[in-house]
Write a protein that binds this ligand. Sequence first.
Ligand SMILES: NC(=O)c1ccc[n+]([C@@H]2O[C@H](COP(=O)([O-])OP(=O)(O)OC[C@H]3O[C@@H](n4cnc5c(N)ncnc54)[C@H](O)[C@@H]3O)[C@@H](O)[C@H]2O)c1
Ligand SMILES: O=C(O)C1=CC=C[C@H](O)[C@H]1O
Length: 259
Amino acid sequence: MNFSKDIIVVSGAANGIGLATVNHLLDKGAQVIALDNDKVALDVLSEKKWLNKINLSTYQVDVANSHEVEQVIQHIEDSIGAIDKLVCSSGILRMGALNTLSDEDWYKTFAVNTTGVFHLCRAVTLRMQQRKQGAVVAVSSNAASVPRANMGAYAASKAAVTSLIKCLGLELAADNIRCNIVSPGSTDTQMQRQLWTDDSGPQRVIEGDLANYRLGIPLQKIATVDDITQAILFLLSDHASHITMHDLRVDGGATLGAV
Ligand SMILES: NC(=O)c1ccc[n+]([C@@H]2O[C@H](COP(=O)([O-])OP(=O)(O)OC[C@H]3O[C@@H](n4cnc5c(N)ncnc54)[C@H](O)[C@@H]3O)[C@@H](O)[C@H]2O)c1
Ligand SMILES: O=C(O)C1=CC=C[C@H](O)[C@H]1O
């Protein structure tokens, strides 16, 4: 897969799956624009740019802020160039039973995981539409497809973003813009590690939790960020030139491939 001619925006780029996606895209020659609201981690990423003189720009953005997103996308298009591809990886996880969840946790979960993706896709694809080309990949979750105890707000926000991307793909197919989803299962990042209460955390995820009707992982391992990034790059690439509105689940079989 070659991305040497592409300008690619990645949100959630400072950590986890987004950061791995940035690194793989840079290795494949892309000009990458990294967006995140984690200034400390973004500054670490920026340091890499000066050390390795690579095609990387970083911007601190809150994807939940419509004005900030519109401003940064316009700035990128004016000062760097036409955006060819977009990866939406930013996300938050607020755990809790639905009937005791706070308004703040509910609203913030949707603001970042769903509305944030909407802001980015609207700003980028309106410009892609003028050029009749582009590709979008949003990182959803296998939790969008199966009920998960104490993750109801998150799962609902991911089900919404999955539907959002499929509808966007339908609307933009005639403009040669492909929109797809990667739905990871348990992946070794900060978001996953917040769930591990002790050293046995990973093994317990792999073995499952029948008390919460949670299957284990048939492939008997937690995903690495590279497992997810490979799926993201495939759907971004020309190898997926006839794929749109697809939801590629990368979860080691944890949801038994259920639709
Ligand atoms: N780790 C898992 O087990 C797992 C499984 C399925 C799906 N996912 C999804 O994968 C994506 C990446 O998550 P991750 O596991 O790499 O977690 P992570 O916490 O390591 O990375 C998430 C990134 O999003 C950024 N972010 C959060 N809110 C933001 C905002 N308002 N504006 C801009 N950036 C913001 C964070 O700063 C962080 O850099 C998320 O959408 C997550 O829901 C993760
Ligand atoms: O372990 C899991 O299945 C998950 C943990 C955190 C977020 C993910 O979307 C979810 O798949």
